[in-house]
Design a protein around this ligand. Sequence first.
Ligand code: SF4
Length: 367
Amino acid sequence: MRKDYIRDQRSRHGRKVLAVLPIQYPKELLTAMDVVAVEVWGPPGVPRGPGAGRLQAYVCAVARNAVAFVQAGGAQDVDGFLYPHPCDSIQGLATLIPDFGGADKPALHYLNPKGGPRPSSQRYLVAELRDLVDKIGGLFGEPLAPGRLEWAIGLHREIDGLRLRLLEDRRADLPDRALYGLLRRGEWLWPEDHLAELKEAAAGLDEAGAGAAKPKGVPLLVTGIVPEPVTIFDRLSDMGAYVAADDYAAVGRRVVRKPLVVKDDPMETLAWLMFAHPPCPSRAVSLAERLDHLSRLVHRSGAAGVVIHTVKFCEPELFDVAGIKEHFGAAGLPVLFLESELEGELGGQTVTRLEAFVEMVAQRRKS
Ligand code: SF4
């Protein structure tokens, strides 16, 4: 379905398509330049293939699966690749993917500044965004048209508002599996199509009204990289738990919660937005800031436990694990640390650990 959609975007709408590696990138800019972003988070469960087998064993499965996916021809229909720089693994793929074959396409780069906004990093970011505009314009022969960036920023703010509402106003009739299926379609749909689907879901909530049933069971905060395999939501539901608060890098960590600050220059507005994203260790945001954000999520959602669900060998995420455990441990909130290999199904041992954790949290809530 995704392939048909991409082909349709190119043939019927005349849009260009970039395969985008994780995590954070200026999607507004791509939308403004009529470029469809199709994100590549692994994907899970792809056969490894020879290219992936040549990566070191300690490279994460998101990067390894991306190599296997591309080498198997999974990205044949795109016009190029965009490599943000969340970590050395993705940065390395920018040269390895062309070297290993299967992706004879142009490669663009985008480097988010590390740390919080400072005058120097703000200046750097605006220059980096302008550079990306020039590169996309040079590649596809279409410069950024006047007014388009302001339009795209407004469109994505509307999308963010609805995504936030769906994440925070949880309802029983939109269970985790369905909610995440909807939100993750935003990783490849043209934003206006994604917005239409979000509006439809939000209208369903409006229709049900404030009295609609809330999800039942043990509320959890889940933080990590990407909600894969999707069956994790089925298992959680079977165990009597649900995601009350989300801090996945692929989902909630890319929803800007602050009111937009509009600058005279739309490129500066976009730079402000990039800094306004929730804290992520891939941008070297301080642990204190991240803990503060996670604590607010717990407080707002009433989460009774924290699951750190990350990808094995993810260096940026590992930086913060000890601090998160210590912080919530001291606050009396149980924390479970799970690492996945981005397999197509949750392993038996992982299910057992999750089950024991949910049961323990449920017991504590009763006592
Ligand atoms: S999972 Fe971690 S190490 Fe792997 S690509 Fe994502 S940020 Fe980088």
